[in-house]
Design a protein around this ligand. Structure first.
Ligand code: FEO
Length: 169
């Protein structure tokens, strides 16, 4: 079983991962409107990853004989309209998710749940990768500036990203 406070914190994070999925789905739609199929693919993989992050916790809560409680998923607020502005928001969002994973670890520490801490280690490492991956695209977009040919080359590169179902925990 899980401590009730930790159970609530897991449920909150499941909601945040599902919101991330929804946010990236919204961004995918914007890139589809821009006719940039490589970016669309990048966000498609991101959407699948976020679902996997949510389901990893969903399954774990059940494995611990605790209860999953689903809440409403907020409407995604997409602030920018250019690839650069959107990726700035993605990085900001991933940094926020990292802070929430750390807060979840804090609760697991507080209730001295060593198994949950060990499970959450995977998410800590994943957030390092997430931020590095997004930061890489953002850095390239900054270099590209207004160069449309370079943007199309990046789009081709992002078309090669594939989803690999993660083994979580
Ligand atoms: Fe589930 Fe992108 O963090």
């Amino acid at each position: 079983m899980l401590d009730k406070k930790l159970e609530a914190a897991f449920n909150d994070q499941i909601n945040k991962e599902l919101y991330s999925e929804y946010l990236y789905l919204g961004m995918k739609a914007i890139f589809a409107d821009m006719n940039l199929p490589g970016f669309v693919n990048w966000f498609d993989v991101q959407v699948q990853e976020e679902r996997a992050h949510a389901m990893g916790m969903f399954d774990y809560v059940h494995e611990r004989n605790a209860q999953v409680t689903l809440e409403a998923i907020a409407k995604p607020e997409i602030k920018g309209s250019t690839p650069l502005e959107i990726f700035e928001q993605v990085l900001e969002h991933e940094e926020y998710v990292t802070s929430r994973i750390n807060a979840l670890m804090d609760v697991a520490e507080e209730v001295r749940d060593r198994a949950a801490l060990s499970f959450l280690d995977w998410y800590v490492k994943e957030q390092v990768e997430e931020e590095a991956n997004v930061g890489g695209v953002l850095a390239t977009l900054k270099l590209i500036g207004e160069d449309k040919k370079a943007l199309l080359l990046l789009d081709k590169d992002l078309a090669t990203r594939t989803f690999v179902a993660p083994v979580i925990g």
